[in-house]
Design a binder for this molecule. Structure first.
Ligand SMILES: [Zn+2]
Length: 168
C-alpha cells in the first residue's frame, strides 16, 4: 500500500465527473487500500477517488471514533437509491479544504447500492454520521463539494478564510 497526495481546492480534478469502474481486478483493490491508508493518515472519515486524482467511482469511509474498532468501508460505483424526507444538519469538513467547516443539511438516512472492490453487489443503510459521510463522498464523485451546499455568503466567507490560511 502507499500513501497518495490529497488534492486541495481549487484543483481542477475535484470538479470533474468520474467514470464507473467495470473491471474488478487487483488494481481496484490496491486503489481502495491506498485510499484507506491515505484517509487514515489524513485523519479523515471519508475519501473519494477525485481527491487523489483518480476520476473513478470509488470512495472509502471509516466513521469509527478514536479508541473504537476500525470499520473500513470501500464502495465502488455507489448510488443513492433512497433518501429520507427527514433532514439532518452536520458541521462538515473535507480533507481537500483543510481547516474549514460548515453546516450542511442533507437527508438524515439514505440507502446506497454499491459494489465491493471485488465486484460483489451490496447495500448500505446509513443514518447519522455515516449518512452524512456517504452523501458527502458521493458528491465528490460528481464534482460537488460540501461548500456548494452552503449559502453564497457563508461559502464566500469560508473561501476567504481558506485562501488566507493557504497563503500563510
Ligand atoms: Zn470531502
Amino acid at each position: 500500500m502507499s500513501l497518495k497526495p490529497i488534492l486541495l481546492v481549487p484543483h481542477a480534478a475535484l470538479r470533474e465527473q468520474t467514470a464507473p469502474i467495470g473491471l474488478f481486478d487487483k488494481r481496484v483493490k490496491l486503489l481502495a487500500d491506498d485510499m484507506l491508508e491515505t484517509m487514515y493518515e489524513g485523519q479523515g472519515i471519508g475519501l473519494a477517488g477525485p481527491q487523489i486524482g483518480a476520476l473513478e467511482r470509488i470512495l472509502v469511509m471509516d466513521i469509527a471514533g478514536e479508541g473504537e474498532k476500525p470499520n473500513p468501508l470501500q464502495l465502488v460505483n455507489p448510488e443513492i437509491v433512497w433518501s429520507s424526507e427527514e433532514q439532518s444538519a452536520y458541521n462538515e469538513g473535507c480533507l481537500s479544504i483543510p481547516g474549514q467547516y460548515g453546516e450542511v443539511v442533507r437527508p438524515a438516512e439514505v440507502k446506497v447500492r454499491y459494489q465491493t472492490p471485488s465486484g460483489e453487489e451490496k447495500e448500505l443503510n446509513a443514518s447519522g454520521l455515516l449518512a452524512t459521510c456517504v452523501q458527502h463522498e458521493i458528491d465528490h464523485l460528481h464534482g460537488i463539494l460540501f461548500i456548494d451546499h452552503l449559502s453564497k455568503l457563508k461559502r464566500d466567507i469560508l473561501m476567504r478564510k481558506y485562501r488566507k490560511a493557504q497563503s500563510a
